[in-house]
Design a protein around this ligand. Structure first.
Ligand code: HQG
Length: 185
């Protein structure tokens, strides 16, 4: 992605996940926004967008963060929301035996004591593989990966969901389902 695309992608994440009201945008409960309203709100905030640019940013997003409706009138972030107006009905799905969560070493004591919490977001985000989890952890500092006994959690009644871009979501992970993943040697 070019710097300009990255800049637009971050702007879209901000308004479609967290603070739509800052540009006067309304999201429905599934997170959808009218693209015309997004373009108008962005313009008023000093960001020039058009459908072609939005399409390009959505298509080149490394994590496939955004979905555009078939008629190209609406757009949404596929996961990662914190805004209270959105409650995406993610599809419940049986998880693999293990999933992974990448975090920074400085959070470990707290996580091992109280489990994984969603923080500002609506869910705890989990990855299918260790490499992806490591990359997620690096965003916060020195990365460390936790293995989650996902299938066992599900058997005990915890719901698991998968967003359209493959990210696994769950409400929280009690510490008893976490195993510290040794550093690769
Ligand atoms: C940590 C990116 C202390 C948690 C990624 C994480 C992901 C605790 C941080 C998506 C804790 C929250 C989400 C506890 C959790 N005590 N710290 N009990 N429980 N934490 O950014 O999972 O690029 O909200 O380990 O790819 O890092 O935005 O969540 O370090 O899918 O599309 O609290 O964001 O995607 O940080 O990342 P975040 P995350 P995008």
């Amino acid at each position: 992605m070019s710097n300009h695309h990255t800049d637009i992608s971050k702007f879209l994440s901000y308004v479609l996940r967290h603070e739509p009201q800052t540009i006067g945008l309304t999201l429905d409960s599934e997170g959808w926004a009218e693209i015309d309203a997004l373009i108008a709100g962005a313009k008023a905030a000093g960001k020039e967008l058009d459908l072609a640019l939005i399409r390009e940013v959505a298509a080149s997003s490394d994590k496939k963060r955004f979905a555009i409706s078939e008629n190209e009138q609406r757009i949404r972030a596929v996961q990662g929301h914190s805004t209270a107006t959105v409650a995406v009905q993610h599809k419940a799905k049986e998880p693999p035996e293990f999933l992974y969560h990448g975090t920074a070493t400085r959070f470990l004591d707290s996580i091992l004591a109280e489990g994984l919490r969603p923080g500002q977001r609506h869910h705890v985000h989990l990855s299918q593989d260790i490499a992806t989890a490591t990359t997620v952890g690096q965003r916060h500092g020195k990365p460390v990966v936790l293995k989650i006994k996902a299938r066992l959690m599900q058997q005990q009644g915890f719901g698991f969901f998968q967003a359209d871009n493959g990210v696994w979501l769950t409400a929280n992970v009690p510490a008893s389902f976490l195993v510290l993943q040794p550093e690769p040697s």
